[in-house]
Design a protein around this ligand. Structure first.
Ligand code: UT7
Length: 332
């Protein structure tokens, strides 16, 4: 019997309209376009504005685009997994809210928190449902409204993040395409360097958590940078080696977009020509779980059936990983 593979058959994406550029940020905090561009590589990020809007409102746009493009009826979807660190609410899951807003009534759904590696974790989980035959159509959403947890008086974090959502549809195929290999890691050791302490069971929301700014992102950037550079490159090289891939075999690297210097270091370790690296950090910043599918969405037209693609991420936890997949259709 032939093996069933999980292949991506469509991509959707959404970025909010409002653009917060470096010039506007430099009027809010003591920073400059020059510092942000040389240290991180970001020019602008999109911010979701509007009372009562949240992560699900971006995620549902990406999901609807997939349904529209593929002519899939909402009731055909079996499962939605939403990777996010900024759910609409602690519960119910944002995946459930997206399902409701997209009129998806025959699926189950859940959220998954793997921070900036969340999309890779969710893609891996989704692929198992397809490969075992348990599900036929699974949507994986990576969505984050980072502006909801950013302290816009803290120059060390507020310049980094943006809001966005993107999603992929996974389906079964007997062709040798789709997810081929996966290395996922987490250690917990890094949790002290990147976190948001308030609002959970250890520090439930209180006047004190508000006064101490515990509901904002905390990051010790230097430490995170050091581990991101080595770990993201290590797993990317490891997945190449164990699949006997050379740099010539790889069509694209799709790296998490946290810092242009981390992306360059990973591409260098893989010996990849910079033209093979998807980079859009300049326009969107770090959108956490959305960065990787957002790249796939933007580059979809250039992708060809059979392209070898390496996805790579690193984030809070620490979490990190790499997925090797063969693209399943020609971009239109
Ligand atoms: O996606 C999840 C994983 N996250 C990451 O991978 C992020 C990893 N870390 C990084 O990308 C970098 O560490 C940052 C971009 C966050 C910071 O860059 P850096 O080169 O590591 O800067 P630094 O933290 O060492 O700070 C250097 C200087 C400091 O000033 P002093 O102490 O040297 O006087 C900072 O106060 O730059 C200062 N600084 C800024 N200056 C202007 C920090 N933020 C800013 C800013 N504008 N926005």
């Amino acid at each position: 019997m032939k093996k069933t593979n999980a292949v991506i058959t469509a991509v959707g994406g959404y970025v909010p309209e409002y653009i917060l550029n470096n010039q506007e940020l430099s009027q809010m905090v003591d920073t400059s376009d020059e510092w942000i561009m040389t240290r991180v590589g970001i020019k602008e990020r999109h911010i979701q504005k509007g009372e009562g809007l949240g992560t699900s409102d971006m995620g549902v746009e990406a999901v609807k685009e997939i349904l529209r493009k593929t002519g899939t009826k909402p009731e055909e979807i079996d499962l939605i997994i939403c990777a996010t660190v900024t759910p609409d609410h602690p519960f119910p899951a944002t995946a459930n809210i997206i399902a409701d807003k997209a009129d998806i009534r025959n699926a189950h759904g859940f959220d998954l928190n793997g921070a900036c590696s969340g999309f890779l974790y969710a893609l891996d989980a989704a692929s198992k449902y397809i490969e075992t035959g348990a599900k036929k159509k699974v949507i994986v959403v990576g969505a984050d409204k980072m502006s909801s947890i950013v302290d816009y008086t803290d120059r060390t974090t507020c310049v980094l993040f943006g809001d966005a959502a993107a999603a992929v549809l996974l389906e079964p195929s007997e062709e040798e395409l789709g997810l081929q290999d996966c290395i996922l890691r987490s250690d917990g050791f890094g949790r002290k360097y990147l976190n948001m302490k308030g609002g959970g069971s250890v520090h439930p929301s209180s006047h004190e958590t508000l006064d101490n700014k515990l509901h904002y992102i905390f990051q010790d950037g230097k430490h995170v940078f050091k581990h991101a550079v080595s770990n993201m490159a290590d797993v990317s090289v490891e997945i190449m080696e164990r699949n006997n891939l050379t740099e010539d075999d790889i069509a694209w690297l799709v790296p998490h977009q946290a810092n242009l210097r981390i992306i360059d270091a990973t591409a260098n370790r893989m010996n990849l020509n910079p033209e093979k690296v998807m980079i859009n950090i300049e326009r969107y910043g770090n959108t956490t779980a959305a960065t990787i599918p957002l790249c796939l969405w933007e580059w979809e037209k250039q992708l060809k059936k059979g392209d070898n693609i390496i996805l790579a991420a690193f984030g809070a936890g620490f979490t990190w990983g790499s997925i090797y997949l063969k693209w399943a259709y020609d971009g239109k």
